[in-house]
Design a protein around this ligand. Structure first.
Ligand code: FAD
Length: 453
């Protein structure tokens, strides 16, 4: 068949923000797109799922989402929309706040899907179980199974596969002596939903990043004691944490910052570095997530090694399989959906032939150089894909890969000030903020009601 007459068939796995971004860009390039989504709706993480399986509280518990009931966004909505589809509040309904509850983002993702007519490309309740090359690196066999179908499901052949399956589902657990035999309740934050069952308990939270601190803040209202264990108390004593532990929280003296957990004993004892110990009812691991692609059957051409997915050129293309296999949404701590919109545009334009990639050898060298630079800077391997909300990196990346327009200055200042507010006072930053003149003008000119709090 004449290549020019063949409309490329692209399979996108996942209908979260990344998958829908990919679907829209692939369509814009005139290619044929099918999105396979295991859940009953679009939205990915933001499709809150109350039902976690108590039989597997340290595993994925059969659900994708790790969102707990009280989650409010920690990214401001004014900076959190697609470039041409702002995340405006809906009139008279919903949560119009700058940092709204999680359901508001789900509503936005659904609106985006409707506005760009993407839903007809999405096959819901359909889990991808295997992705393998079909003889050549530009033909892929995708095996998927609809929830109600009998047997192993069906196989289809595509010209390209875009993996957009997220990375906040597979719990990452520490290795602590005694963990296997500790008989009381242990769970990962992935399986936490509501505080009720922790009433009156002594709870140890391991991990002092955002989710650890936020769960501690929530649980101290119901638990008798909350012990927040950081790798080192110095590392845990961020400005936000210091404020939390300071005098104004006299009413919550039940929140204590602890060092690393050294080992656990069968009788419920938790021993911290330095020898102090307590008896606890529950341990919650807020220790992050691992990348996981159980459906990839590609002879180890992409591996996950200590949470480094690789090799991936610019976190997207595996050199030996590009461009027909790609990954969207691998970088962590990025501004969404902006970052995945850039990646999606790049992938779509490469697939349509509008842009070209360097040779596989050049891409491989670029990945090695990227990793070497990170290692020289002391970045642990498991942080290879962490971008730390670096706004300048966002600009450079977008410009480099697909000529994406740079962020306006007011928006950069806005994002940086939200990050700094969060670092400074994690308890209040969502409701207590002050916009500079530059930010206030930028917001106004872009159709936002500004409020200086
Ligand atoms: C507690 C918590 C709070 C967060 N807060 C914020 C915040 O305030 N702001 C922010 O920007 N981000 C936040 N995030 C990050 C959040 O993950 C991203 O906003 C966003 O969900 C990433 O979108 P994604 O499409 O890449 O992945 P996901 O949202 O995870 O979507 C992936 C999709 O792939 C599907 N899938 C997976 N495997 C398969 C398969 N084998 N077959 C078919 N489908 C499959 C899943 O069902 C899912 O729908 C938070 C995350 C968590 C866990």
């Amino acid at each position: 068949m004449d290549q020019n007459l063949h409309k490329k068939k692209v399979c996108v796995i996942g209908a979260g923000i990344s998958g829908l971004a990919a679907a829209r860009e692939v369509r814009r390039e005139g290619l044929d797109v099918t999105v396979l989504e295991q859940n009953a709706g679009v939205g990915g993480q933001w499709l809150y799922d109350a039902a976690v399986d108590a039989g597997d509280p340290l595993g994925i518990a059969g659900v994708h989402s790790s969102i707990y009931s009280s989650v409010r966004l920690n990214s401001p909505r004014e900076a959190g929309g697609f470039s041409d589809f702002p995340f405006y509040p809906i009139n008279g309904d919903g949560d119009g706040r700058r940092f709204p509850v999680h359901g508001e983002l789900l509503r936005y993702i659904r609106d985006f899907c409707d506005a760009f007519g993407l839903i007809d490309a999405v096959r819901l309740n359909t889990t991808v179980t295997r992705v393998a090359m079909d003889g050549s690196p530009s033909r892929w066999t995708v095996r998927s199974k609809h929830r109600d179908a009998a047997g192993d499901g069906e196989e289809e052949v595509f010209d390209a596969v875009v993996v957009a399956t997220g990375h906040y589902t597979q719990p990452r657990l520490p290795a602590i002596e005694g963990m296997d035999t500790w008989r009381r309740r242990q769970l990962h934050s992935h399986s936490y939903r509501v505080p009720d069952s922790f009433a009156g308990e002594v709870v140890v939270i391991i991990g002092c990043s955002v989710s650890g601190i936020e769960l501690a803040l929530e649980l101290r209202h119901v638990a008798s004691e909350v012990h927040l264990s950081a790798k080192s108390t110095d590392a845990g004593l961020t400005p936000a944490m210091s404020k939390l532990l300071a005098t104004r929280h006299d009413e919550y003296t039940n929140l204590l910052l602890r060092p690393r957990v050294e080992h656990l004993r069968d009788d419920g004892t938790v021993v911290f570095d330095g020898g102090e110990s307590i008896i606890a009812d529950t341990i919650i691991y807020c220790t992050g997530y691992n990348y996981s692609f159980p459906f990839l059957d590609i002879d180890g051409k992409v591996t996950v090694d200590d949470n480094r997915v690789g090799p991936l050129f610019e976190h997207v293309f595996p050199p030996s399989l590009a461009p027909s296999l790609s990954f969207i949404g691998i970088p962590a701590l990025v501004i969404l959906p902006r970052f995945v919109e850039m990646q999606a545009r790049w992938v779509a334009q490469v697939l349509s032939g509008k842009r070209t990639l360097p040779s596989p050898e050049e891409m491989k060298i670029a990945v090695e150089e990227h990793n070497a630079v990170k290692e020289a800077a002391g970045v642990p391997k498991r942080r290879t894909h962490a971008v730390w909300l670096d706004v300048e990196y966002h600009d450079e990346y977008g410009e480099r890969v697909c000529g994406f327009p740079r962020m306006e200055d007011w928006k950069k200042e806005f994002i940086l000030s939200a990050i700094s507010d969060m670092r400074d006072d994690i308890e209040r930053f969502r409701d207590d903020y002050h916009d500079s003149d530059l930010v206030a003008d930028g917001l106004r000119q872009n159709g936002w009601m500004t409020s200086r709090r």
